[in-house]
Write a protein that binds this ligand. Structure first.
Ligand SMILES: [Zn+2]
Length: 282
C-alpha cells in the first residue's frame, strides 16, 4: 500500500468513524481496503448457507423478468466487477474476500421497487424498477458495485453478529418459555420478506456500512473500467424520482442523498487516479 492510499484510507476512516470493537478481540475481523474493524461472531459458511437458501426461495416466489437482454447486461457488469475484485486482491497479495462466492444474478419483474441487493456469497438481484434510475451501464455498475461492496465487506455477518449480541435477551426468554418463540417462527414457514430484512436487504445497513459500500463500490466499479462519475447522477435521478413522494425507508435514512452525493463527489477524483481499470475492458 503506498502512501497516498494510506492517506485516502485514513480520511475515509476519519469520515465514517473508527470501529468501537476494540483491539485484539478474536471475534473482530477487518474490512478489506478500508481496514475498518468489525464484529464477526458468526462463521461466514453459516451465513452463506442461509443466504443461498433464501435466494432459491426468492427465485421461486418472485416474478422474474423475461427481458433477457437486460439480464445479460446485468451479468456482464457483474462479471467484470467480480473479475476486477479478485484481480485487485491478487495483485496486492491479499486474500480474495470473494474466493468462496457463488456469483449469481436475477432480474425481478417489479417496476415499483427501485432497488437492488446482493446477499452474502454473491447472490444478486436487480428490480426492473431501478433501471430507469441506473439509465445506462455505468449507472448500473454504480448500483451493483455498491451492493457487491456490502457482500465483499461482509456487512451481513457484522449485522447478524450485532443482532446476535442484541438478541441474547430474546434467546434467554425463549429458553425460559420452553422454545415458544422459535416454535412460532418455525410454524410461519419461510418468510422471504423477513429473511431479507435479517440480511439488511429491505432495511438500510447502518450509516457506516452504507458509506463504506459507497466508497468500496466506487473502487470496484472503477477497477472494472466503468465511469464512476455516473454514481452522482444515479443519486440525483433517485432524488428526483421521489420528489414530492414519500421516500422508501431503505433510502431515506442515513446518510441522506444530499450527503451521499457530497461524499461521492469528494471521493471520485482520488479513486479514479488510485484505482484505474485493472484490465482492459473490451
Ligand atoms: Zn447499501
Amino acid at each position: 500500500m503506498n502512501n497516498t492510499n494510506n492517506i485516502n484510507r485514513r480520511n475515509f476512516l476519519k469520515l465514517i468513524g473508527y470501529c468501537t470493537c476494540g483491539l485484539a478481540i478474536p471475534s473482530c475481523s477487518t474490512v478489506p481496503i478500508t481496514e475498518r474493524r468489525q464484529l464477526s461472531l458468526l462463521p461466514e459458511s453459516y451465513i452463506n448457507r442461509h443466504a443461498f437458501r433464501l435466494y432459491e426461495n426468492v427465485k421461486k416466489k418472485t416474478k422474474l423478468s423475461e427481458d433477457k437482454i437486460t439480464l445479460d447486461e446485468i451479468k456482464e457488469v457483474g462479471r467484470r466487477i467480480e473479475e476486477s475484485v479478485s484481480a485487485y486482491f491478487e495483485s496486492t497479495n491479499q486474500k480474495d474476500p470473494t474466493y468462496n462466492f457463488q456469483w449469481e444474478y436475477i432480474l425481478i419483474d417489479n417496476d415499483k421497487i427501485k432497488n437492488a441487493w446482493c446477499l452474502p456469497g454473491g447472490k444478486i438481484a436487480v428490480y426492473t424498477g431501478i433501471l430507469e434510475i441506473t439509465d445506462n451501464i455505468h449507472g448500473l455498475a454504480a448500483v451493483m458495485g455498491h451492493e457487491i461492496a456490502h457482500a465483499v465487506a461482509k456487512h451481513s455477518i457484522e449485522r447478524a453478529s450485532r443482532s446476535l449480541v442484541l438478541n441474547i435477551g430474546t434467546t434467554a426468554a425463549d429458553i425460559a418459555s420452553g422454545g415458544a418463540i422459535s416454535r412460532t417462527s418455525r410454524a410461519t414457514g419461510v418468510d422471504v420478506a423477513g429473511m431479507l430484512r435479517t440480511f439488511g436487504i429491505d432495511n438500510p445497513f447502518g450509516r457506516k456500512q452504507e458509506s463504506e459500500a459507497d466508497y468500496l463500490g466506487l473502487i470496484f466499479s472503477s477497477l472494472a473500467g466503468y465511469d464512476i462519475r455516473e454514481s452522482v447522477k444515479v443519486w440525483q435521478r433517485m432524488q428526483k424520482s421521489f420528489k414530492g413522494q414519500e421516500i422508501p425507508e431503505w433510502m431515506s435514512t442515513h446518510p441522506s442523498s444530499a450527503k451521499r452525493i457530497t461524499s461521492l463527489s469528494n471521493w471520485i477524483p482520488e479513486i479514479i487516479v488510485q484505482y484505474p481499470p485493472i484490465r482492459k475492458i473490451m
